[in-house]
Design a protein around this ligand. Structure first.
Ligand SMILES: [Zn+2]
Ligand SMILES: [Zn+2]
Length: 320
């Protein structure tokens, strides 16, 4: 279904806490919801899950959000009735790991590049560009739809009559061929411009989402009690380039926000001990939950380990 997705990080009360509203493309209520929105896009998505995970894909991949979160943030309005819910992970399958996603993306990219519909069109694209456009697509159909949108051609173009058939071209046909070649070049230039505009739009939308999420993280830190906030802020000074994303009572998830300031090989995520200021690299934002458990903290925070040792010693002395 062709949908019109609208993103408003400061969503009005009527949006019930959702930041994304999805209308059927052309719905007459779209104009009203565009007021105050920071970005919007139209796209042909097959299911609710596909639309939501597509829009929030970079955050799902970064471990900042689950697919369920993505659906919770996205409101499918009554005009989209008939759009199937879909599943957030392929049927009978568990969520893909990051290496699995990378492999799937590479396979999809190769399939799209070799697909007859795109013959010659993607020759000027490097692999990075193709992978970027495909994003977190999980099926060849979705990947093709995304590429088609980027090069602004229909996903299933009507096969053209083979103009080359019919023997040696006459001089008139030569002239006609030259005109056709010029028209084709103009079409390609137009497509390239459309693709560039689309890319800029997607980048702006992604930046808006990033800014909104960072603002929320800052609000969470501001909401912590004074002493915790001070401890976290002091510790952050020791870890330049990081921001506090999920400040909890005992620990805080740190996200790499400025790789240049953080230095070479800085991990994307860290967990910080609020008490001792020690930080440990973690694979994803989610991993902090396990690392922050009371019994786990002393396994990586020297301060916690020393405290545990001192407590045990004091207990022993008291027992004597
Ligand atoms: Zn609507
Ligand atoms: Zn500690």
């Amino acid at each position: 279904m062709k949908l019109h997705l609208i993103y408003n990080p400061n969503s009005p009360r009527a949006w019930n806490g959702r930041e994304v509203r999805v209308h059927k493309a052309g719905c007459r209520d779209i104009g009203r919801d565009l007021r105050g929105a920071t970005s919007d896009m139209t796209f042909d998505w097959a299911t609710q899950a596909e639309a939501a995970t597509d829009w929030w894909g970079d955050f799902i991949a970064g471990g900042e959000m689950t697919e369920a979160d993505a659906l919770n943030y996205t409101d499918f309005l009554p005009c989209t009735a008939g759009l199937p819910e879909g599943t957030t992970t392929p049927e009978g399958d568990t969520a893909m790991t990051t290496p699995e996603i990378t492999t799937t993306q590479a396979i999809l990219a190769a399939e799209v590049r070799n697909h007859a519909d795109f013959a010659g069109l993607l020759d000027t694209w490097d692999d990075a560009r193709l992978l970027e456009v495909i994003g977190k697509a999980r099926t060849l159909k979705t990947a093709m739809a995304k590429v088609a949108l980027a090069v602004a051609i229909p996903a299933n173009p009507v096969p053209e009559e083979d103009a080359a058939q019919g023997g040696t071209p006459s001089p008139e046909e030569d002239g006609k061929a030259a005109a056709e070649a010029a028209a084709e070049a103009a079409r390609k230039a137009e497509k390239a411009a459309a693709a560039a505009a689309k890319k800029a739009e997607a980048e702006a939308a992604s930046n808006a989402r990033r800014v909104a999420l960072d603002e929320k993280a800052a609000a969470r830190l501001a909401a912590r009690p004074e002493d915790q906030r001070k401890a976290i802020t002091d510790a952050l000074a020791e870890h330049p380039g990081y921001i506090a994303v999920w400040p909890k009572a005992a620990w805080t998830t740190l996200k790499l926000a400025d790789p240049e300031a953080a230095g070479e090989a800085a991990p994307a995520w860290m967990i910080l001990c609020n008490t001792h200021g020690e930080a440990k690299a973690i694979a994803s934002s989610k991993a902090a939950e396990a690392e922050g458990k009371k019994d786990t903290l002393p396994t990586w925070c020297k301060g916690h380990a020393a405290d545990a040792k001192a407590a045990a010693k004091a207990e022993k002395a008291a027992a004597k």
